[in-house]
Ligand binder design. Structure first.
Ligand SMILES: Nc1ncnc2c1ncn2[C@@H]1O[C@H](COP(=O)(O)OP(=O)(O)O)[C@@H](O)[C@H]1O
Ligand SMILES: [Mg+2]
Length: 255
């Protein structure tokens, strides 16, 4: 279980690629137990921002604070240590290790942290909770996209990190499977985690405690920019409420 309140903060974050300014002045503060959604048009910098928050990418300017430490002056090794300790990252492409069975994939962060054996039972309970109890020994290519997403989710959670960052975790799933993953994610703040979710799915975004929109390199309250097209309609897979159909259902292993 996540202990005391932990903060993740971005102050005046800027990032360009070449001459393209992507993030101009991003400010954000998230604490454990909160959920934050970030919407914005395709190419607006959502993945870039999530990568900076998770210390996977450095900003050109500005500060990222993790649990009281300003991270820009840290060595790569120290950043890696903080990343492993504080973040669970759900990549848009799941990035599972193709040669490893499901259970071992979930245990990868624990192996890196040197606690693989101690986390085994917890990893199995996560898989069971995600409806994948009977898929522990399968290889990733034997699974559907929805199942692989859930394995990636279990991997992000295996060390019980304070911050879960999820990049479009429901994309390309049918509404029912998308709803199941969304419900699982939205239950994390009650377990003490902070959740930052990047999504094109407005119904999912609206379920978060704090709803932000990334537009022209600046994060704004989504309510303030709701008159502007914050969702790329061409990429939006699910714009209606995917939860309506699944509330009360349990996760299964069909997709
Ligand atoms: N490594 C990179 N090198 C050059 N340009 C990049 C790189 N990563 C992202 N970009 C560009 O930055 C912009 C924002 O990308 P991204 O953060 O992936 O947006 P989003 O996740 O909102 O779709 C895009 O124009 C993209 O092409
Ligand atoms: Mg993206």
């Amino acid at each position: 279980m996540v202990s005391a309140t932990t903060f993740l903060e971005a102050r005046g974050v800027r990032r360009s690629f070449g001459t393209d300014p992507i993030l101009r002045d991003v400010n954000l503060c998230i604490r454990s137990g909160e959920s934050v959604s970030i919407t914005g048009p395709s190419g607006s910098g959502k993945t870039t921002l999530l990568s900076i928050l998770a210390l996977l990418l450095k900003p050109d300017a500005g500060e990222v604070w993790v649990a009281g430490s300003e991270t820009s002056s840290l060595s790569d090794r120290e950043r890696s240590r903080l990343r492993n300790q504080f973040f669970g990252y759900v990549f848009q492409a799941t990035h599972l290790v193709g040669s490893l069975p499901v259970l071992d994939n979930v245990l990868v962060p624990a192996l890196i942290a040197g606690s693989g054996r101690g986390r085994r039972d917890y990893a199995r309970s996560l898989l069971a909770g995600l409806g994948l109890g009977n898929r522990e020994n399968h290889l990733p290519h034997m699974l559907s996209l929805g199942q692989r997403r859930r394995v990636a989710l279990a991997r992000a959670l295996v060390l019980e990190p304070p911050f879960i960052l999820a990049d479009e975790p429901t994309n390309d799933l049918d509404p029912r499977r998308a709803g199941q993953i969304a419900e699982f994610l939205l239950g994390l703040p009650a377990r003490g985690h902070a959740l930052v979710i990047v999504t094109h799915d407005r119904a999912l975004a609206n379920e978060a405690d704090i709803r932000l929109d990334l537009h022209d390199g600046v994060l704004r309250d989504a309510a303030e920019s709701s008159d502007e097209p914050s969702v790329d309609e061409t990429e939006a897979a699910v714009l209606h409420d995917p939860f309506a159909r699944v509330r009360g259902t349990t996760l299964d292993d069909q997709q």
